[in-house]
Ligand binder design. Sequence first.
Ligand SMILES: *[C@@H]1O[C@H](CO)[C@@H](O)[C@H](O)[C@H]1NC(C)=O
Length: 207
Amino acid sequence: MKFQLSAALVGLAATVVSAQDIQSGPFTLHIKGTKSNTEIDGYAVSCHAGAAIEGLCYAEGVAVPSNSITYYFNYTGYNQVGDDQVGSLIWNEPYTDENGNPASVEQEMGLVYQPNSNVAAPLFGFSQDIFSVGFDSEGELFGYDYYDDAKFVAGQPPTDYTPKAYYQWAVCWQYFTGYYYQSVAWVQNGAPHNPTCEPVVITKVDI
Ligand SMILES: *[C@@H]1O[C@H](CO)[C@@H](O)[C@H](O)[C@H]1NC(C)=O
């Protein structure tokens, strides 16, 4: 009962405050490999992955400002890990409106999972399945969760709902929505099932 109540409250809070998001940005996302011999040093770029769907691809080198590498962060102020806000990563999808003028629409980042892998691919689209993320005091992007099923006990609902930051980013060759890209990945737990993955840190660079 306690769990159901708190879950209902979280849902209610999300509904009530969604119209009052606070937005930060724009920024680019620097991607750096963490292995000692890594060659990964570049930035994130939105890459075509279907009609109005983009992946979060990896590009080598130094970012040249453009819309495809510019991101924003929306948060409500009601959810934090320590002092760090939790919210969603946003990219502006450009399109041509009915009068032929350039327009754009905000897309929030979600994750696409594969049944036989522990590696998920971030995707910007119109899914309601948003991946909650945040930036710590060093500007490092983290993934958010508030319970840990490794601590579950049969028949006893969890009691610890402490918000936590997880750093499980990688750059991998990934296949999603019919495209094969070297792109940002979220390794759900343990060693990545995909052998092309390299662990990375992703840091926000204000522009
Ligand atoms: C992000 O926040 C801004 C500022 O409140 C708001 O205008 C925009 O609609 C929000 N975007 C999304 C996708 O919620």
